[in-house]
Design a protein around this ligand. Structure first.
Ligand SMILES: [Zn+2]
Length: 330
């Protein structure tokens, strides 16, 4: 697999403490030069939509000053790997100068603003499977026979699924990102030459086919809109403690956005993690962990309403799973 979850040029920049503040208040701070009044007025007045719900969502998701301070503090914690203890200590130390909410409140507010809401699913204590689909009603793992719940009737282990669509939709809030996503639409295919996944026969054939979901033929064709997204899923287990073979491992589920140019699509900031299958062992039923992802893929094939900040219009975003990278045991 061509992914290296450790390699990240952004991290190397932030290893220098002086660069952390620069990242927070410059390129890492898209809210710094942001004018609430301009945004709210422009969007509502210039928006050519009749979807009242969309207008309601936009107006209610506008950031206030408190949100911006909270997000700056949260960004600082993430980029510097700050512990919860140190974060709380920092907030208390500067409480006479600024008001920052608790980490719990910040994460809840971030979930509301981003519309990224995590769903938790019970899974086997040994990570054999997730209790989804046909396994939903089981009380014990069919592979290792460990019980699902503890003596207090609480799940012994859970798997968190982080939805993909809100994060794809968020890409269309940035004109710069919209330009980057146009790589697929602008790709020029030359017959007989392979330059990218879009040179493949499968992709070229898909473009002329109507979309079919559960036997229903939909009116649109694959990739008929220039904003349609092609993405791939990468699943790859890794050892939690370096070179200790046979030790505990975990399996991240990473989505690679093929609409981005090849030289940036594997950058850490462009990979989207939809969940991490917890250790200590490799899953025996990977499909059970992918059930929520599969359901979301079906919704995205049919299309979901999304706001384009460049055209200032609501459109139907379609996203298609184009490749799945094979599972590899560490
Ligand atoms: Zn099990």
């Amino acid at each position: 697999m061509d992914l290296d979850p450790i390699d990240n040029s952004m991290d190397s920049e932030d290893s220098d403490g002086s660069n952390i503040s620069g990242a927070v208040y410059d390129e890492g701070d898209p809210w710094g030069n942001y004018d609430e009044g301009d945004f709210g007025g422009a969007v509502v007045n210039g928006l050519d939509i009749d979807n009242e719900l969309a207008i309601y969502d936009i107006c209610n998701n506008i950031l206030n000053d408190r949100d911006r301070d909270d997000i700056r503090a949260f960004y600082l914690r993430i980029k510097s790997n700050m512990s919860r203890f140190n974060f709380d200590l920092m907030c208390r130390s500067f409480s006479h100068k600024m008001e920052i909410n608790s980490l719990y409140t910040i994460t809840r507010r971030m979930a509301v603003l981003s519309d990224v809401n995590v769903t938790q699913y019970d899974c086997c204590i040994n990570s054999c499977l997730a209790y989804t689909g046909k396994h939903t009603e089981l009380d014990e793992c069919p592979y290792c026979h460990e019980p699902r719940l503890d003596k207090d009737h609480q799940p012994r282990r859970q798997f968190m699924y982080i939805p993909l669509f809100p994060r794809l939709a968020a890409s269309f809030q940035s004109p710069d990102m919209i330009n980057k996503l146009s790589y697929r639409a602008n790709f020029q295919h030359t017959v007989g030459q392979i330059h990218d996944v879009f040179s493949g026969e499968n992709y070229q054939a898909m473009k002329s086919r109507r979309v079919v979901v559960d036997g229903e033929i939909l009116p649109h064709k694959f990739f008929s809109d220039e904003r349609d997204i092609a993405f791939g899923l990468c699943t790859d287990g890794f050892l939690l403690f370096g070179r200790k073979r046979g030790g505990p491992s975990a399996t991240p589920l990473l989505v690679k956005n093929y609409n981005l140019a090849p030289h940036i699509r594997t950058h850490l900031e462009n990979l989207i993690c939809v969940g991490v299958i917890p250790g200590p062992k490799q899953p025996k039923d990977l499909t059970s962990f992918l059930t929520p992802f599969d359901d979301e893929c079906a919704s995205m094939v049919k299309g979901i309403s999304c706001f384009d900040s460049m055209s200032r219009k609501v459109f139907t975003l379609h996203a298609y799973l184009s490749q799945i990278f094979p599972f590899r045991h560490p």
